[in-house]
Design a protein around this ligand. Sequence first.
Ligand SMILES: Nc1ncnc2c1ncn2[C@@H]1O[C@H](COP(=O)(O)OP(=O)(O)OP(=O)(O)O)[C@@H](O)[C@H]1O
Length: 273
Amino acid sequence: MAATSVLPLHQPGPADLAVRFDAVTVERGGISILDQVSASVPKGSCTAIIGPNGAGKTTLLLALLGEISYQGRIHMGNNGAPPRIGYVPQRLSFDRGMPLTVSEFLAMGFQKKPLWFGIAKALHQRSREALELVKAGHLASRKIGALSGGELQRVLLALALRQEPELLVLDEPSAGVDFRGELIFCELLDNLRRSQGFTQLMVSHDLATVTHHATHVICLNRKVAAEGPPRLTLTGDNLTAIFGMHMGLVSSRSMPDNRAVCSAPCCQERTNA
Ligand SMILES: Nc1ncnc2c1ncn2[C@@H]1O[C@H](COP(=O)(O)OP(=O)(O)OP(=O)(O)O)[C@@H](O)[C@H]1O
């Protein structure tokens, strides 16, 4: 597949960057997953990594989180000190019959000692505050296994925000969430990012979300095909190069605030749903 060259659109200095991937290379089972990936995440940005299935997006996040080994370098933070990182995973496997309330689930993440020693009242209060922050205070006494996809997503966000992260990493935050739920979640994230000042790095398959919310985009398909502001990066040529099919972005009058949406048939169906 032809890859376009990296666009020289955004040339921030090191002090402006929350993360810099420098020739990151990952091989798993003898197969090349990431090949010399160099890209930047501007400080305070909402940076989206886009690319087709199997492009290595999750792998890049796992390398950043120190969960897998890689060649190359990943620079984070200004003064050599690693930033506080919050992480919202793509999916969470757990026993849906687990007899835990949302408040207890969050308290488990907050407290150092095992749950069977009981949960301090103050931690329940902290859980409630964490839920209020993501506009999910009403979920505190619900069973964690009974939550919908969108509700669980908010709880995981509350958990990720507990340490006041400087870098919030989200792997497909809108997977399994309907269009309206996704819109609300992304707006919540935008507001939190502005009020708390963290940098947001997310993997997304939804080009409408990326167009509307991201301030910086990394187009990845094993290598970086393009990088820069969405308006200049999400061109028909770049999208065709990484997704291998003709794609473009169209403007839709039927959308709130006339935002751009992806013209690919799957996105059109989703948008019109
Ligand atoms: N543990 C592993 N061992 C071998 N190959 C792996 C392993 N984990 C992932 N891969 C392969 O690495 C490639 C990239 O996977 P990754 O999950 O990073 O892609 P992705 O871009 O996040 O995909 P998706 O959009 O489908 O979530 C895939 O081909 C996958 O099969």
